[in-house]
Ligand binder design. Structure first.
Ligand SMILES: *Cc1c(COP(=O)(O)O)cnc(C)c1O
Length: 440
């Protein structure tokens, strides 16, 4: 009986470990282009495997309700100091365990259920955590906020501030929060203009930097706090190549409100191994991200031009395609976005299908949109530059434009990837980027 249980348990155990290893093998042969992901440094992975992940430390560092936090406190305070420095903010809190929870903290600190928030609609690039109740969005469904959408200018792929002002007046609304930031995010948002509109209502401006935190840390894209944002939330694992976690920085004025919602309402433990990983990622950001984030944007522009030359022109070429890590492409002349995603994955090129502006008029099903979204942050971290972007553009067009057999292209993709297995923009990289580390 016991033996049976042991062998049954062991069979499950080995199945899980086998799949973990296969995932690592898959990524070490693939071109990773999902815009919301990254590969952290070996030092961050070391932090994730540490004993910090087995401990509790409720409260802000120095005000804990648990014993045994001596070193944990020091690490979290180092992380706080780094976050303030890197994001040029007077206050930082490393406790949100994800970007969504960081947003929930901002909503809870700055508004009450029934209050109004102005946010980008999801088809305009807004994130589901900014969404209204009828969309099952976090802001509406969990915090009970009413959401008014920004007026959107498709030609500039950006917020139309004057149109938004008219919409708010027409709806006779009294917004409490103006949310900025997006998941499809090509060009900087008009922070100053929105902050000036918000001040007419005594509303707070929140900037969700989940996608662009690494670019901001490197001093490219924009400087939200400097331009007038009150609270900036983020994920720590997209262009900022840390562990999966969240982070909030703000003006001093909001420090106590944010601290009081982080604990006890929103967290008990706050994933201390990830906090250590965030601190390491921020130290790397301070040292290397000016170079790294400039290279990410340069690569995004280079990839976009190369795709154009390969017969797959990305959107907004007239605006230089992008100022961020993202490139947005209409593939509908050749296939649906879903088919493109599936075929490219067969070729070892991993990216997402995405709604593009024309889908809003066509009312395309979001499950099979007309476009794909690409991010250059992870391939840049692997040390690739503009000449590698040309090769990637060619691989993509062979599958999407020329309809070549994805498995055949995949073999060449795996060959191409062999030269790029180390993490760059880090203090040390002795372990390969996707190496499966066994400590059993
Ligand atoms: C990814 C993303 C989030 C969610 O972050 P998680 O860390 O996955 O919770 C929030 N906002 C925006 C704009 C995002 O793109």
């Amino acid at each position: 009986m016991t033996d049976d249980r042991v062998s049954e348990g062991y069979a499950y155990f080995t199945r899980v470990l086998d799949r973990l290893r296969k995932h690592h093998e898959f990524f070490s042969r693939a071109i990773p282009l999902v815009a919301s992901e990254n590969v952290p440094s070996p030092a961050v992975r070391e932090a994730l495997a540490s004993d910090f992940g087995n401990r509790y430390a409720e409260g802000y560092p120095g005000e804990r309700l648990y014993a045994g936090c001596k070193w944990i406190d020091e690490v979290e305070l180092i992380g706080v100091e780094l976050a303030k420095k890197v994001f040029k903010a007077p206050f930082a809190d490393l406790r949100p365990i994800s970007g969504v929870v960081a947003n929930l903290a901002a909503y809870t600190a700055l508004a009450e259920p029934g209050d109004t928030m102005v946010a980008l609609a999801i088809p305009h690039g807004g994130h589901i955590s900014h969404g209204k109740r009828s969309w099952n969005g976090t802001a509406g469904r969990v915090r009970g906020l009413d959401i008014i959408r920004y007026e959107f200018d498709y030609e500039r792929f950006n917020i139309d501030v004057d149109g938004t002002r008219r919409r708010i007046e027409k709806e006779n609304a009294r917004p409490k929060i103006f949310m900025l930031g997006a998941s499809v995010f090509l060009f900087p948002h008009p922070v100053k203009e929105v902050a000036s509109l918000a001040s007419e209502y005594g509303a707070a401006v929140v900037y969700d930097a989940a996608h662009v935190a690494g670019l901001i840390a490197g001093g490219v894209f924009q400087d939200p706090i400097g331009e007038g944002v009150d609270v900036m939330t983020m994920s720590t694992h997209k262009t900022l190549a840390g562990p999966q976690h969240g982070l909030v920085v703000s003006k001093e004025k909001y420090a106590e409100q944010l601290k009081s919602v982080m604990f006890p309402p929103l967290h008990s433990n706050h994933h201390l191994h990830a906090v250590a990983g965030v601190a390491i990622a921020l130290a790397e950001a301070l040292a290397f991200y000016h170079e790294y984030s400039s290279a990410i944007v340069r690569n995004a522009k280079a990839l976009a031009s190369a795709l154009s030359e390969e017969g797959l022109p990305p959107l907004y070429g007239e605006l230089g395609y992008t100022e961020s890590h993202q490139v947005l492409i209409d593939v509908s002349k050749f296939m649906g976005g879903r088919d493109a995603e599936v075929k490219l994955e067969e070729a070892g090129i991993v990216l997402n299908r995405n709604l593009i502006p024309k889908d809003y008029e066509l009312k395309t099903d979001y499950k099979n949109p007309s476009g794909i979204r690409i991010g250059t942050q992870e391939v840049t971290r692997l040390g690739m530059g503009p000449s590698e972007m040309k090769e990637i553009a060619r691989f993509i067009s062979r599958v999407v434009v020329r309809g070549e057999d994805p498995r055949k292209v995949g073999q060449e993709v795996a060959e191409f990837r062999k030269d790029y297995n180390k993490v760059h923009y880090a203090f040390t990289n002795l372990t390969e980027a996707y190496k499966y580390v066994e400590i059993r």
